[in-house]
Design a protein around this ligand. Structure first.
Ligand SMILES: [Zn+2]
Length: 287
């Protein structure tokens, strides 16, 4: 069923848990995620990457996800992830996205605020806006951590959200959710992830909108559970989902090929892998 993303997240936080958001590059993965959510009886967020939304086929995928979300038996929101192009935001919302991450985190502070304000002016009050303050290391769509030079691990202080800025940032952008950089990275972690709980706690004390943790793949379950207590109501997963699907497909492909070129069987294997990951994540965050 259709839901406002901020309402979904706020009601989860009131029960002491966070809502997982999964990047869907394709409909098979989205079906698996929604299937897992329905079986768990919990809401979920479908994320669309900006590169996906920038193509005509991507906009058709958003329309398909919109239909899937509306027909689901649990609350499902569709969000355009990490967008900095206003045209892509408008097209994604027109295609059916109900929320946008207006991401100006790589811009200077004032320009970041201007981007979110411009997104609000363009998209209107009904579209839920997430904004991001602080730089996240890594690539959203591909994982290459082994090749990252030192200092790109996401734990260097320069990339962290400056907690002294968050009140001003939230009040001036009017964002409904705030993505933070507290030692989390996109892609694979180099060594053990080290979240800066002190920074997160400081941010949570200063602003009262739900916080968002990107790059959650690889963060231990116990840590994720702890984050919800600090107002982290939305947790984004991408890398781990891709890894699981690709490992399973590589393993099962020869068998399905030998079984009469069984593409349907392969898609069922894909669904099973993605659904298993989504179900485990939903269970972890519900603890
Ligand atoms: Zn992200």
């Amino acid at each position: 069923m259709r839901t406002r993303l901020d309402h979904l997240v706020t009601s989860a936080l009131q029960q002491g848990s966070a809502v997982p958001a999964f990047t869907c590059y394709d409909f098979t993965t989205a079906l698996a995620v929604v299937g897992a959510a329905e079986e768990s009886g919990r809401g979920v967020i479908l994320l669309v990457a900006p590169k996906t939304a920038a193509s005509a086929n991507g906009l058709r995928l958003i329309a398909a996800l919109r239909g899937l979300a509306d027909a689901a038996t649990v609350p499902v929101a569709v969000q355009l992830d990490h967008a900095s192009d206003l045209n892509v935001m408008a097209a994604a919302v027109e295609a059916g996205a109900d929320s946008v991450l207006a991401d100006g985190s790589s811009l200077p502070y004032e320009e970041n605020i201007e981007l979110v304000q411009a997104a609000r002016a363009l998209l209107g009050a009904d579209v839920v806006l997430e904004a991001e303050l602080g730089g996240l290391a890594g690539d959203e769509d591909r994982a290459f951590s082994a090749d990252q030079p030192a200092g790109q691990s996401g734990t260097d202080l320069a990339g962290l959200t400056d907690s002294a800025q968050v009140e001003d940032f939230v009040s001036r952008t009017g964002a409904e959710l705030l993505a933070v950089a507290v030692g989390n990275v996109h892609g694979k972690y180099k060594g053990e992830p080290r979240l800066r709980w002190d920074v997160l706690q400081d941010i949570a004390a200063r602003v009262h909108i739900p916080l968002v943790l990107h790059g959650a793949s690889g963060i231990p379950a116990a840590e994720l559970v702890k984050a919800a207590a600090m107002n982290v109501g939305k947790v984004n997963f991408n890398t781990e989902l891709r890894t699981g699907v690709l490992v399973t497909l590589q393993d099962q492909l020869p068998g399905h090929r030998a079984d009469g070129e069984n593409l349907q069987g392969l898609l069922a294997t894909w669904n099973h892998s993605a659904k298993g990951f989504a179900a485990a994540t939903l269970a972890t965050l519900a603890r």
